[in-house]
Design a protein around this ligand. Sequence first.
Ligand SMILES: NC(=O)c1ccc[n+]([C@@H]2O[C@H](COP(=O)([O-])OP(=O)(O)OC[C@H]3O[C@@H](n4cnc5c(N)ncnc54)[C@H](OP(=O)(O)O)[C@@H]3O)[C@@H](O)[C@H]2O)c1
Length: 267
Amino acid sequence: MSLVLVTGGTGHLGRDIVTRLVRDGHRVRVFARAPRPEMRVEWAIGDLATGEGLRAAAQDVHTVINAATDSPIARRGGVRPLDFFQSPSAVDVQGTERLLAACRNESVQHFLHVSIVGLEEAMLPYARVKLAGEKLVRNSPLPWSVVRATPFYYLFEKMLAGIVRLPVWPLPKTRFNPVDTADVADYLVRCAFDGARGKRADIGGPDDLSCVELARQYQNARHLHRAVVPLPERLGRRMGFIGSEGVRGTLSWGDWLDRELDAATAA
Ligand SMILES: NC(=O)c1ccc[n+]([C@@H]2O[C@H](COP(=O)([O-])OP(=O)(O)OC[C@H]3O[C@@H](n4cnc5c(N)ncnc54)[C@H](OP(=O)(O)O)[C@@H]3O)[C@@H](O)[C@H]2O)c1
């Protein structure tokens, strides 16, 4: 059975990828800074920011799914003034470079890299960091694929939760199609083993909605009543709220909100 290495396998998308790989009977190794006892996989412990553990992690690997990232915005679920000036590159750029080098030594057969739709248009430094990481993959001599996804529901929800106490929500009118990580993971696992390579079709969610409509659905689901002030469309695109005409996921924002609420109630 060929070995699949997943970086970022403890993250939101990564956990969904690992679940599918294990379900489908693949041999899975997760590269992480610390193991998660609840995940029954082979662990390779190390750090992309320093390169520690990468050589051992890449040993005997056939396919790599690179889903690690260091995004302060995603971690805290909101944008701070500093995010307009800088974003760390040690994981997404230098870490990707180190990982590619370790994989070259092991003759990896497929390096599948996860990226973001609209990086050229978004203005945040995080987008420039992601673009630099993506370019390293495209220029690598390894057989590679790049899959770009639209923003994930969990991140949009985190951002709305961060402004929940404000009486008025300023949000761009921008229309785009955010997506569930499970839909992205399904697509990635298909791409990992279908033999095709290179720049793959983007993936986004099933519905094109404005940030204002997304916020209204969120408020309805949470029984909130806040005024929403629409901001210019182009502001949202510069922030990275950019849609995709490629592959469409199946889970809608409304159904995702219901599912999360049910899970929270059950817990
Ligand atoms: N979030 C979005 O809206 C979005 C949209 C489109 C594409 N993407 C892309 O999808 C991918 C996954 O995003 P996500 O939102 O699921 O990320 P996430 O939940 O923030 O997870 C990031 C993962 O990277 C790992 N990581 C961070 N620093 C590391 C380091 N120094 N060494 C090794 N591993 C490290 C984290 O491990 P720990 O558990 O140790 O922290 C975690 O497993 C990324 O490539 C991202 O750019 C994200």
